[in-house]
Ligand binder design. Structure first.
Ligand code: NDP
Length: 268
């Protein structure tokens, strides 16, 4: 029987997840289908239950994207520790009546940085820009790499302080950055989508710094800022493919090769 998976979001037409998972399934010989489902903004739980009801025992799991990750967190009956820490779920597994929730975003980010880009996180000074869902989701996996420091900076300083204190690290507004420099700067704000530059002092990027932009498929002001002071830059396409690979592993117990999929998406 063909196992059924999907991604729920709103909007969802732009999603690359069906293509990525179809490539993974072909590569690993897994018999599965994966579709994109537009859930109504006020009807996420209903859309999940409809998927489970209409696909019956073949419904095995789903990915969840904007704006439903927090709702998926509340819907799941069992949560992994990384989903608990993130306060958000991007991967659901259906097991009879039970719905399990996981979050693979942070693992995807860490794997892209350490394996694909060959940049060790352990012992480095990291700055995480942003205090929204994407930032929260990657903090635990980043800390598990044992960096020398993790500093969270956000436009709304209070949100950075609150998030930082819940993970026992330091944080604040952009005005706290004078005199500080970091070897890895991760942009988890949504400014890349609106082409808004961030007020970062050039000295924030240490020599040899990697500047990682979570937004993908465009050259953002953050990437230009970093390049102008000699930092290496990367966009979030690798993270997108790696979080999908981690979800595929959660569901199928097989880890697909990501490099050929990243190359294919970069080329098209
Ligand atoms: P949220 O809406 O939860 O958070 C947005 C963040 O951006 C907040 O910290 C907000 O600051 C900040 N921000 C927004 N506008 C500005 C601005 N003009 N100047 C400074 N800061 C600003 O979004 P998410 O956390 O869910 O997502 C953030 C980004 O990460 C998205 O662009 C998304 O595409 C990307 N992403 C990529 C993934 C991948 O696989 N590559 C996975 C997940 C997310 P404030 O608190 O002050 O409002």
């Amino acid at each position: 029987m063909t196992s059924r998976y999907c991604v729920f979001g709103n909007p969802i037409a732009h999603s690359k997840s069906p293509r990525i998972h179809t490539l993974f399934a072909q590569q690993t010989g897994q018999d599965l289908s994966y579709e994109a489902i537009l859930a109504p903004v006020d009807g996420f739980a209903g859309a999940v239950h409809e998927f489970i009801t209409t696909r019956g025992v073949d419904a095995k799991g789903a990915n969840v994207t904007v704006p439903f990750k927090e709702e998926a967190f509340r819907l799941a009956r069992h949560l992994t520790p990384r989903a608990e820490a993130a306060g958000a779920v991007n991967t659901l597994t259906f097991d009879g009546d039970a719905i399990h929730g996981d979050n693979t975003d942070g693992a995807g980010l860490v794997r892209d940085i350490t394996t694909n880009l060959g940049f060790a996180i352990g012992g480095r000074r990291i700055m995480l820009l942003g205090a929204g869902g994407a930032a929260r989701g990657v903090i635990l996996p980043l800390l598990e790499q044992q960096p020398a420091e993790l500093f969270i900076a956000n436009r709304t300083a209070d949100k950075a302080l609150q998030l930082a204190s819940s993970f026992r690290v330091r944080g604040g507004g952009f005005d706290q950055l004078a005199g500080r420099s970091f070897e890895l700067v991760i942009n988890a704000t949504s400014t890349g989508l609106s082409d808004t530059p961030l007020p970062l002092p050039p000295s924030a990027f240490a020599p040899g710094c990697l500047a990682y932009e979570m937004v993908y498929g465009r050259d953002t002001p953050f990437m230009a800022q970093a390049r102008n002071v000699g930092a290496l830059t990367a966009d979030g396409l690798g993270m997108l493919v790696e979080q999908a690979a981690e979800a595929f592993f959660v569901w199928r117990g097989i880890r697909p090769q990501t490099a050929p999929v990243i190359r294919l998406l970069q080329a098209t």
